[in-house]
Design a protein around this ligand. Sequence first.
Ligand SMILES: NC(=O)c1ccc[n+]([C@@H]2O[C@H](COP(=O)([O-])OP(=O)(O)OC[C@H]3O[C@@H](n4cnc5c(N)ncnc54)[C@H](O)[C@@H]3O)[C@@H](O)[C@H]2O)c1
Length: 383
Amino acid sequence: MVDALGVAVVGFGWMGRVHTQAYARLPHHYPRLPLRPRLVAVAEEVPGRAEEAAERFGFVSATRDWREVAADPRVQAVSVTAPNFLHREIGVAMAEAGKHLWIEKPVGLTSSDARAVADAADRAGVQGTVGFNYRNAPAVESARELIASGGIGTVTHVRIRLFSDYAAHPDSALTWRYERERGGSGVLGDLASHGADLARFLLGDICALTADTAIFVPERARPSGATAGHALASGGEPGPVENEDYVGCLLRFASGARGVLEACRVSVGEQNAYGFEVHGTRGAVFWDFRRMNELRVSRGTTYQDQPVSTVYVGPDAGEFAAFQPGAANAMGYDDLKVIEAHRFVRSIAEGRPYGTTLTDAVHSASVLDAMVESARSGRWVGL
Ligand SMILES: NC(=O)c1ccc[n+]([C@@H]2O[C@H](COP(=O)([O-])OP(=O)(O)OC[C@H]3O[C@@H](n4cnc5c(N)ncnc54)[C@H](O)[C@@H]3O)[C@@H](O)[C@H]2O)c1
C-alpha cells in the first residue's frame, strides 16, 4: 500500500527545480517506498515563476507567499530551496507547523541559524534532511567504507578541494549570494560547507583549524530584474561584493589526521572541480566529482611505487543499484538529489533519520564559523 505524501517547494530557482524533479523520479527508482510524493504547492516570490513551475511540473497550487504553504494542511513535507538568509525563518516556521524539512545547505547564515532550525525540528518531532548531496555519491560512500575498514591504513592527511568558475565572470550579477545580509558568507556557505561535511563524513570530527579568506572580484553589476542561479548582468550599476571568493584552511581532526580544505568560486578554468585525496599509512583514495562514479585507489603493502588503480563503482556501492545495472554506467548530479529525496522520504516513512540530518548542518556551519573567526583573528580556532 503506497500512501501519498503532500510536498511543497519554497524557492523555485535551480535547487527548487532539482528537488521537484527528484520527488517526481522517486517512484521510478524506488518503487517499494511506502510513501509517494504528491506535488501540492510551490511558493516563489518572483511574479509568475510559481505559476510557471506549477504548469510545467504539476504542482496543485502556486503562491508568492511561503506562509500559505506553512498553513496548508495538505502539505506534510517542504523543500526549502530559497536563499540562505531565509532558511532560518522558513525552516523554523515549517517545523513549527509540523512539516518535515528537506532544506538546502548551508541552513542559514551561521551555526546559530542552523541550530535554531535543528532545535525547531527536534521540538516538533519532524525529520530534517540537508542538501549535502556529494556524500550521497556511491563512490564517496565506498571511499568512506574503505577508509573505515582500514583499507588504506591509518589516515594521515586529506586534501579537499572545491574550485569553480561560476563567479569568475566580471559581469556576473550581484545577486543575493554576494551580500552579507542575504547570502551570509560567500564561498564558505556555497562550497566550503560541502567540504566541511565531506571531511567529517570521511574522517570524523574536526577539532581545530586556521583559515585565510580573500575577495578577488570586489565589484559586480547589479541585475536589472529577477535572477536565478549564476546570471550575468552586463552593463549594470556596479556594487560591492561583501563576502569571500576564496578560502584556504588547515584542519586538525580529532583522530590526529591533518587536512587542507580549499574552496574558490572565481577559479577560471575550473568547472565543479570538487574532490578529495585521502592518504593513509598503507594507501590512498582519490575522488573527483567530474568523474563521479570512479575512485582511484592505492592499497597494499609495497609503500613505495605502489600502483594506483581506477575503480568504476557499481551496484554494490551506496544506492547505485537504484539507477544503473552495472559499473561504468555513469550517474549524474541530479541522481544525487534523487538519493537525497529517497532518504528524506524514507526517514519520514520510518520515523527515524536516514541520511543527512540537521545535526550535520550544525557541524558544517560550526566549521564555517570557526573559519570566519580564524580569518579575522589570524589564529587557530578550536571546535
Ligand atoms: N546542494 C547543492 O549542491 C546546492 C547547489 C546550489 C545551491 N544550493 C543551495 O540552494 C539554495 C538556493 O540556491 P539556488 O542556486 O537554487 O538559488 P536561486 O537564486 O537559483 O533560487 C532561489 C529562488 O528562491 C526565490 N526566493 C527568494 N526569496 C523568496 C521568498 N521569500 N519566497 C519564495 N521564494 C523566494 C528566488 O526568487 C529564486 O527563484 C541556497 O541555499 C544554496 O546554498 C545547494
